[in-house]
Design a protein around this ligand. Sequence first.
Ligand code: FMN
Length: 176
Amino acid sequence: MKTVVIYESLFGNTHLVAEHVAEAAGLHGEVVLVPVGEATSEVIDGADLLVVGGPTHVHGLTWSATRHAAEAEAAKHDDRTLDPDAEGPGLRTWFHGLGQVHGTPAAAFDTRFDGPAEFTGRASKGIGRRLRHHGFSEVAEPESFLVDKDNHLLAGESDRARRWADGLVSRLTAAG
Ligand SMILES: Cc1cc2nc3c(=O)[nH]c(=O)nc-3n(C[C@H](O)[C@H](O)[C@H](O)COP(=O)(O)O)c2cc1C
């Protein structure tokens, strides 16, 4: 079982959740964890499961203006540091260059503010839609992991991310 986990992250929350996902998936087999800037087609080739996560920006996936806004915010606030892999293309651009696959299992997640998704939006929905569009078979509902207004993951979200990933991989292994 090979799981590939791809993340985009400006402030590090989605990166952290991706690490938890990779850690849980790694208990079931091989796992590759890469920032979106390093997610070449060679990295994805041979994946039995692809998990893609990104931050929610203005109700959806990031785009250049929101990425710049995040960078400006990081420059202004001492408590906001840019993730080491924040630079480079976002998921939106990555999806544009992605080819078609034939039914590879995949799942989407995001991080976003705590609150009803109708108000906050959620990037995972758009990530899931793009995965399906490229021929992936979405094997779970898009999932959100929540941060507080100070931009810290809520208590319990790390464990929930590990359980979510464990559930995904366990189901696929059992089906398999
Ligand atoms: C420019 C910008 C726009 C954002 N817009 C939203 C939003 O519409 N809804 C939401 O729930 N969170 C929003 N957020 C909060 C981020 O989704 C949240 O901080 C997320 O955990 C960031 O992930 P990262 O640390 O991996 O970059 C926004 C953050 C930034 C910087």
